[in-house]
Write a protein that binds this ligand. Structure first.
Ligand code: ARG
Length: 274
């Protein structure tokens, strides 16, 4: 939620309450209005710490739409992809509207609690990120793949030593480059820019998550290929404000429902297996 929106809902609630009618702001669930009503003394203070981010009926979601098939900019210029469809389905279950903000991947975690409520971005659960945010139950298993030119001397992970390797800034692929002795890391705001440098001969390899790697390798199949060196599996989860267990329970509950009612699998086949 954004502060202005929260205050607007509050003002409307109070105004309507004065007329003796049931307040029901557009897109706001009865339940969240009930929360607002119950706390007549909902104050600005509550808007920052321990607030109910769903109370205004809007879940503001950060993503980085440079990561097909999980998120990309669709033909209409709006973010689309598996993650976007998933978070919208979660929003439906929770009775809130989902507003997607497309931003740099590297600033997502720090923006939770200010610019955005939560982030969904094929984001891997890591201990370092857990210092700043909480994560939902994980919803997808991933692994890093290596993209290389058609002609390459790289055939195993050891061969990455001493090479110039590209990755999207702040990703697990980026962080991994330091594991390869003498390797030079080149960081990009978008994985596709690293892929372009790989095609242009300015990089020896690009490290990126499996599914985007498959998309890029397919798109530029004459120039590049992907390699699976069996790196450690990773788990994708939705990043949530630290300590907001009510929100975590709500999101995990919705996720569990989407898994049991078949929606989740439908989205997997529509966006990922397709
Ligand atoms: N899974 C990797 C990570 O968490 C890469 C995610 C990149 N996502 C994106 N939407 N650009 O670091």
């Amino acid at each position: 939620m954004k502060k202005a929106a929260a205050l607007l809902v509050l003002t409307m609630t109070v105004a309507f309450a004065g007329c003796g009618s049931t307040p029901q702001a557009d897109g706001t669930s009865a339940e969240s209005n009930a929360d607002l009503e119950a706390g007549t003394e909902v104050s600005e203070a509550q808007d920052s710490e321990g607030e109910d981010v769903l109370a205004d009926g809007v879940l503001t979601v950060g993503t980085n739409a440079e990561f097909p098939p999980f998120e990309y900019v669709g033909d209409d210029g709006e973010p689309d992809g598996f993650d976007i469809a998933l978070i919208k389905a979660i929003g439906d279950k929770l009775g809130v509207e989902v507003e997607v903000e497309n931003m740099e991947f590297d600033s997502l975690v720090a923006s939770i609690g200010s610019k955005i409520d939560v982030a969904i971005a094929g984001m891997t659960v890591t201990d370092e990120r857990k210092n700043m945010v909480d994560f939902s139950d994980s919803y997808y298993e991933a692994v890093q793949y290596v993209l290389v030119p058609m002609e390459t001397g790289i055939a195993a992970a050891e061969d990455l030593a001493g090479k110039t390797i590209g990755a999207q800034l702040g990703t697990t692929g980026d962080i991994m480059i330091e594991d390869f002795e003498g390797a030079t890391a080149k960081q990009y705001n978008k994985a596709v820019d690293a892929v372009n440098d790989l095609i242009g001969g300015r990089l020896d390899a690009v490290i990126v998550d499996k599914n985007p790697a498959l998309v890029f390798a397919d798109k530029f199949s004459d120039q590049i290929q992907y390699m699976d060196f069996s790196f450690e599996p990773e788990d994708y989860a939705i990043a949530l404000p630290k300590g907001d267990t009510a929100l975590a329970d709500a999101v995990n509950g919705a996720l569990a429902e989407l898994k049991s009612d078949g929606t989740f699998d439908e989205l997997v086949s529509q966006y990922i297996e397709n």
